[in-house]
Design a binder for this molecule. Structure first.
Ligand code: UD1
Length: 312
């Protein structure tokens, strides 16, 4: 049994991770200000393995005291402004949340010489921007275009280089398009699969931006949780960054078809012009993660079937 700190633990990926950690009898402390996350996502576990603090990770003193007072084995930094559009509307606040709050954690651990087994920072495929190289390797050129991507990239570098400079046991991930239960479908910038799910549930019309032939490397959240656990437990995954994806690409049209089959229902669709700045093709090379023993379990069909079952 280990003790974990999960920032953003009431959010989509965070709450799925928390559920997995608690089911293995670990003790988990969640810090989340519920600006994007939902208490309901973790309500069943609070008091049963989870301690919840409704605090912003930008509350520097709170975070410093928490790190000093509790003896965490593992720290997973998922708390963030998670929407690119939101980051464009609030660049300075994004910077405080997506960069300075993480730096505060690294710096507190460095200054106070707090012993931890591993610190994992969650970065994003967004840092690759529009560079055309495919599939994306960890060594591919980066082109962070938005406040979200800029701060994710900088925090990722801080994580890795706090490891190299000061010996903190850090590792970072770059998530591709993650989907699954507890993803919030309510914003137009929500993950497309959660929007499609919502449209199918409510019999409402779904808008495809473009011709639907754009590709993505959609990754089921359970595969993401599996990758996170592997990176935390693998000693040689240190001071380095790993793509987290499936290594396969599907078109949006394929995904719609798979969703219709999983729900045995037809989706009403309208086509509108592609979104400005939309990436046509995205998928990951996951050789590096696989070299640690990672095998993704969920094809899009399998992931959508399970997603539909979990959401009932
Ligand atoms: C994702 C990230 C984004 C990041 C980018 C970098 C999400 C929600 N967004 O964007 O933060 O910058 O990767 O790789 O994870 N679509 C529709 N109809 C809709 C919504 C979306 O057709 O109602 C289309 C989009 O135009 C896009 C595709 O579906 O072509 C996927 O969209 P989305 O889920 O928003 O993800 P990304 O655009 O890949």
């Amino acid at each position: 049994m280990d003790k974990y700190l999960v920032t953003g633990g009431a959010g989509f990926i965070g709450s799925n991770l928390v559920e997995a950690l608690v089911s293995e009898e670990n003790e988990v402390v969640v810090v989340d200000d519920l600006s994007m996350g939902k208490y309901d996502n973790i309500a069943d576990f609070v008091g049963n393995g989870v301690t919840f603090y409704q605090n912003s990770i930008t509350d520097m003193l709170f975070m410093q005291n928490l790190l000093k007072d509790e003896k965490f084995d593992y720290i997973i930094l998922l708390g963030a402004v998670a929407s690119v559009a939101d980051s464009i509307a609030r660049p300075q606040e994004t910077h405080e949340i997506n960069l300075e709050a993480n730096l505060n954690v690294f710096e507190t651990i460095r200054k106070e010489k707090i012993p931890v087994k591993k610190i994992l920072f969650a970065s994003s495929a967004a840092i690759y921007g529009n560079d055309p190289e495919l599939p994306k390797k960890e060594t591919s050129p980066v082109d962070p275009l938005t406040p979200y991507a800029i701060d994710k990239f900088a925090s990722e570098r801080y994580a890795i280089n706090y490891g190299k400079l000061y010996g903190l046991p850090t590792v970072a991930t770059r998530f591709f398009n993650v989907y699954g239960p507890k993803q919030n479908p309510e914003s137009p910038y929500s993950g497309v699969l959660s929007i499609i799910h919502n449209c199918l549930l409510n019999n409402s019309k779904f808008t495809v931006f473009g011709d639907g032939e754009q590709t993505r490397d959609f990754t089921y959240v359970k595969d993401v949780v599996k990758a996170l656990k592997l990176l935390l437990s693998t000693k040689e995954a240190l001071h380095d960054v790993y793509n987290v994806a499936t290594g396969n690409r599907t078109t949006l049209n394929d995904d719609i078809h798979a969703f219709e089959q999983a729900m045995d229902q037809k989706l009403e669709i309208e086509y509108l012009p592609a979104r400005a700045g939309d990436i046509k093709e995205s998928y990951a090379d996951i050789t590096k993660l696989k070299s640690l023993g990672y095998v993704p379990e969920y094809s899009i069909e399998k992931g959508l079937r399970e997603y539909v079952k979990c959401a009932v």
